[in-house]
Write a protein of this length. Structure first.
Length: 223
């Protein structure tokens, strides 16, 4: 089993600190430039036509507004960075756990396979169709009526509709569901094990072996 690499989090933490430092530096530089320009303007003003107090006050208000917005942006960046780091640390506890993620693969090993579907609502009937590598349907599993929507795991013992046992390997599956005479669109979910976790600019990424990479928010169920 792979383990999460601490260097990933160290790199992410360093990047966040660097970004925060850059924002702070930018705010200070903006204030310094403004104050220097204002002092220079006041020193070189026409004695017969001095700067209007309301104009100076307006300029000060403008720089305060800009500074306030920049500081707000800096605070938001810190909150986002902290949230991402917390998500990554929480996701690290999922290493070695089994999950259901969007996918159409079902892996049969020693007469046992697990997958799932995600129903948006209650249905009167739901049918799983398992297909071989050629796309030929070899097994139909009737799940019957489902009183509520949500994630529904199911198992397959490897037995085909003609009574023979399918060989070990990867198969695909589809789902059809109905409520009355209306078709209901359901999502198929593949079953896999989390091998490693790593932070990414788009969130926390999980490596689920043969199923590939998945975002943390794509996990539908954890076992």
């Amino acid at each position: 089993m792979d383990i999460i690499q601490d260097s990933n989090f160290a790199t992410s933490f360093a990047s966040n600190n660097a970004a925060t430092g850059s924002v702070s530096k930018g705010i200070d530089e903006t204030q310094d430039r403004f104050l220097k320009l204002l002092v220079t303007q006041m020193q070189n003003q026409d004695p017969l036509n001095p700067l209007d107090n309301s104009e100076v006050t307006s300029q000060l208000a403008q720089i305060n507004t800009v500074t306030g917005i920049n500081k707000l942006n800096e605070t938001l960046q810190l909150l986002v960075s902290d949230f991402d780091a917390a998500n990554s640390l929480e996701a690290a506890s999922m290493i070695g756990r089994n999950v259901l993620v969007p996918g159409t693969t079902i892996d049969l090993q020693d007469n046992a396979a697990v997958a799932g579907i995600d129903l948006p609502q209650a249905v009167d009937e739901a049918t799983i169709t398992i297909k071989d590598s050629s796309g030929i349907a070899i097994r139909n599993i009737e799940l019957g009526a489902q009183e509520e929507g949500g994630v529904i795991p199911f198992t397959w013992d490897g037995v085909t509709d003609n009574g023979t046992s399918a060989v070990n390997g990867n198969y695909s599956f589809t789902v059809s569901a109905k409520l009355g005479d209306e078709d209901v669109t359901a999502q198929t979910l593949a079953f896999g094990s989390v091998k490693s976790v790593s932070p990414d600019e788009h969130g926390t990424i999980l490596d689920i072996g043969e199923l590939g990479l998945a975002n943390l928010n794509e996990i539908k169920q954890i076992f």
